[in-house]
Ligand binder design. Structure first.
Ligand code: DAH
Length: 434
């Protein structure tokens, strides 16, 4: 297979499809007037370039080592399975996260910190907020212990820098979780002192709050402008930190924002596992990292109702946004009617979960539907399942919702698509259509 001008041998791990490889050249995060790129710009603007080197052109084709091994993912981690990840071959994947570049960036050690924005790929469900190609930004910052006379001096320097951060008016932060928790969210005992963990975590949290607050205040302002109202200066933006788990950080935290009456997870982060820095040749550096999904943020900044729209080349979408105008609310163009069709089938009696051969897994269904239906499929939902009382076989019924953004789909067209999907499901997923 030739991808991005490089040729790779296929093997039985290969699970790429045209639907996914066609996303590789798009580079939405570098397309200047695109909402994803505007969102990237906005986040970058909160990190001084002198301290944080930007790298936004890294190749999405990475090794299994870069994507998983270097970060300490255990061999049986579900993220490694072929049902969740796009494998070019057994040793090469489409990166599933920007963290795939952490280790190499630490190794290069160009600067105290870095920011990496990139397209990432995951086999996943089909709905309004999931698309198999999306974008993330990784951020990290480290300090060299050797530059300080003592831990106290290192910690003081970190707190002094935090004091220089802009104050964020109208932000209400709930940061009441413990710094670390012995069993559920441990610090790296014997590696970092408690004082270091506290200072590094504080720097991480305040750095993230800065850009998250700005992003959400802009979203609020754009919303108020569209509705012809004044931004209410009284109602603060609420964010909260919660405990998390990632194989490459300890302790780990997630930041959630209260938006449209719900807590929304916006980023994962934590104190970098020392082993990663040690293996990267920098045992004296300590620091933090975060990863943030750009679509998630762009959808609410620009009020974009469906993640597929980011990939639209329809001028009614593309022409609405520009770098000069900044954050503006998407004006929905006419939605053509949707049409759903169901497909029901018996699962093979020996279905296994992740990994293994091409046995039944929901993500394989999603991938197949996407390859045939492309962007004409809005979502796929499990609507019914039961176990036959006599045979013990399991039946599933999925509802496929068809809709195009540009036109009304004809009945014949939808029927033909659905028929093809049904036939290929029977042939390729080892299930029996009912
Ligand atoms: N890579 C993680 C993901 O895709 C996000 C993440 C979590 C990145 C913690 C980080 C981090 O750098 O420290 O879900």
């Amino acid at each position: 297979i030739t991808l991005n001008g490089r040729t790779f041998p296929r093997d039985d791990w290969t699970n790429l499809s045209p639907a996914i490889t066609s996303a590789l050249p798009r580079k939405l995060h570098l397309s200047p007037n695109h909402p994803i790129s505007i969102t990237r710009d906005l986040i970058e603007s909160h990190f001084p370039p002198s301290l944080y080197t930007r790298t936004n052109t890294l190749d999405p084709i990475v090794t299994v080592k870069q994507n998983f091994d270097d970060l300490g993912f255990p061999l049986d981690h579900p993220g490694r399975s072929r049902t969740d990840t796009y494998y070019v071959n057994s040793s090469t994947v489409l990166r599933t996260h920007t963290s795939a570049h952490q280790f190499d960036s630490f190794k290069k050690n160009e600067n105290e910190g870095f920011l990496i924005a990139a397209d990432v790929y995951r086999r996943d469900a089909i709905d309004r907020s999931h698309y198999p190609a999306f974008h993330q930004m990784e951020g990290a910052r480290t300090w060299d212990r050797r530059k300080f006379g003592s831990t106290g001096e290192l910690v003081d320097t970190i707190y002094k820098e935090i004091e220089t951060f802009a104050k964020v008016p109208g932000l209400e932060v709930d940061d009441t979780i413990p710094l670390y928790e012995e069993t559920s969210n441990p610090m790296q005992v014997g590696v970092h002192s408690k004082e270091e963990v506290a200072a590094i975590s504080a720097h991480l949290k305040r750095s993230c709050e800065l850009f998250v607050a700005d992003v959400f205040q802009r979203a609020k302002a754009a919303k108020a402008k569209q509705e012809g109202k004044k931004v209410q200066g009284t109602e603060p933006l609420k964010v909260r930190w919660i405990e998390a788990y990632f194989p490459f950080t300890a302790p780990s935290y997630e930041l959630e924002v209260f938006w449209n009456d719900d807590w929304l997870e916006v980023l994962g982060s934590g104190v970098v596992k020392q082993e990663i820095l040690n293996n990267a040749g920098h045992p004296d550096r300590v620091g933090w990292a975060f990863g943030v999904g750009l679509e998630r943020i762009a959808m609410l900044l620009f009020n974009i109702p469906d993640i597929r729209l980011f990939w639209s080349e329809d001028h009614r979408f593309v022409s609405q946004f520009s770098k000069e105008k900044g954050v503006t609310r998407f004006k929905e163009f006419s939605r053509y009617p949707a049409c759903y069709k169901d497909v029901a089938f018996w699962l093979p009696s020996t279905s296994t979960g992740a990994g293994g051969g091409w046995t039944w897994h929901e993500n394989n269904l999603m991938e197949l539907v996407r390859n045939i239906g492309g962007s004409l499929v809005e979502d796929v939902k499990l609507v019914d399942e039961f176990i036959h009382p006599k045979t013990g076989r399991k039946s599933c019924c999925y509802r496929i919702n068809y809709r195009a953004w540009e036109r009304t789909l004809t009945n014949e067209e939808t029927n033909a698509l659905h028929k093809e999907i049904e036939q290929r499901i029977a042939k390729e997923l080892g299930v029996e259509i009912r």
